[in-house]
Design a protein around this ligand. Structure first.
Ligand SMILES: [Fe+2]
Ligand SMILES: [Fe+2]
Length: 312
């Protein structure tokens, strides 16, 4: 197939991002202090970011149980992170497959794939040390990931999926890295991830902004219809019922899904993504019923105007 070469504005962005990567990149096996025991003296995520926070189940837990619960949610989030990144890497590699080595994105995309390899290795290390099961995403999401990687065309569609995952996780990572109640290993992982992912988000936004208007009407139509389902899948992956089974919390998934604090937090954290999607036209008035159908109507309608990231 004929390669779609990188537009000049995106190529200039990619060159700046390669330079930024050379200035600041991390090795999770030296930049995270794995010698610290993962005991339950601290939280592993900010309590307000836990799906059961504020519910009667949460109120019934003592302090140690809450911290242990946060360790399981953090391990589950790491598993979801590995799942996302596996999908993202496949989308990036599909893009790379078509690009000649002198294309403006070639080197940057290899840097991004290498970043994701290190992140997944880091998530795996946390899971192996956390004393929790290696939670897998639900079977339906596993199937959805295979479908997405097999059917997403080369072009802005792949970067829309990448943005959906990275923007949503970015919000909780930023809260985690700044929260002194959270275990240093979690905070170090979150900081590393925020700093490296800012480059990925910056590239994806630039690529989508530049290529979406040039994409055929038919492809844009399909992407607009798929977008709410992709975002819903990512939201679902953040709350794994296996955690509640493991901790013998009956009906935990449903309790979390109905938790107004959790719902408001998700709508708020999706704001940057949905604002960008509205601004680019991926969310249109006629697709709003689809967003409402998957339970994300509030996130789309309350999203602020997009704040473009100031990554290098
Ligand atoms: Fe990552
Ligand atoms: Fe990324």
């Amino acid at each position: 197939m004929t390669a779609t070469l990188t537009p000049p504005t995106v190529a200039r962005k990619a060159a700046r991002l390669v330079a930024a990567s050379e200035r600041l990149s991390f090795d999770p096996f030296t930049d995270v202090d794995w010698s610290l025991p993962l005991d339950d003296s601290m939280y592993y995520l900010p309590p307000e970011y836990l799906p059961l926070y504020g519910t009667p189940v949460w109120e019934a837990m003592d302090d140690t149980q809450r911290k242990a619960y946060s360790r399981h949610e953090c391990a589950s989030l790491c598993s979801a992170g590995i799942w996302f990144e596996n999908i993202l890497m496949q989308l990036i590699l599909k893009h790379l497959y078509d690009l000649p080595a002198d294309d403006g994105s070639h080197r940057y995309l290899l840097v991004e794939a290498a970043d994701e390899c290190r992140h997944s290795a880091m998530f795996g290390e946390f899971i192996r040390r956390a004393g929790t099961p290696a939670y897998s995403v639900q079977a339906l999401l596993g199937f959805g990931g295979r479908f997405l990687t097999a059917t997403t065309p080369r072009g802005p569609e792949g970067y829309l999926a990448i943005l959906a995952a990275e923007e949503l996780l970015d919000a909780s990572n930023r809260a985690t890295m700044n929260d002194e109640r959270v275990h240093p290993v979690s905070r170090q992982m979150a900081r590393l991830h925020v700093l490296e992912e800012a480059r990925h988000v910056s590239y994806a936004r630039s690529y989508v902004t530049e290529t979406w208007p040039r994409t055929s009407g038919g492809r844009r139509l399909v992407a607009m219809i798929r977008a709410p389902f992709v975002v819903r899948s990512i939201v679902d992956a953040l709350c794994n019922p296996a955690v509640y089974d493991e901790l013998r919390i009956p009906d935990g998934r449903r309790t979390a899904a109905r938790n107004p604090i959790h719902r408001e937090r998700l709508a708020r954290d999706l704001g940057r993504l949905t604002g960008f999607l509205r601004d680019t036209g991926v969310v249109a008035t006629w697709t709003l019923p689809l967003w409402r159908l998957v339970g994300l109507g509030a996130a789309v309608q309350s999203s602020p105007d997009p704040v473009l990231r100031s990554a290098p």
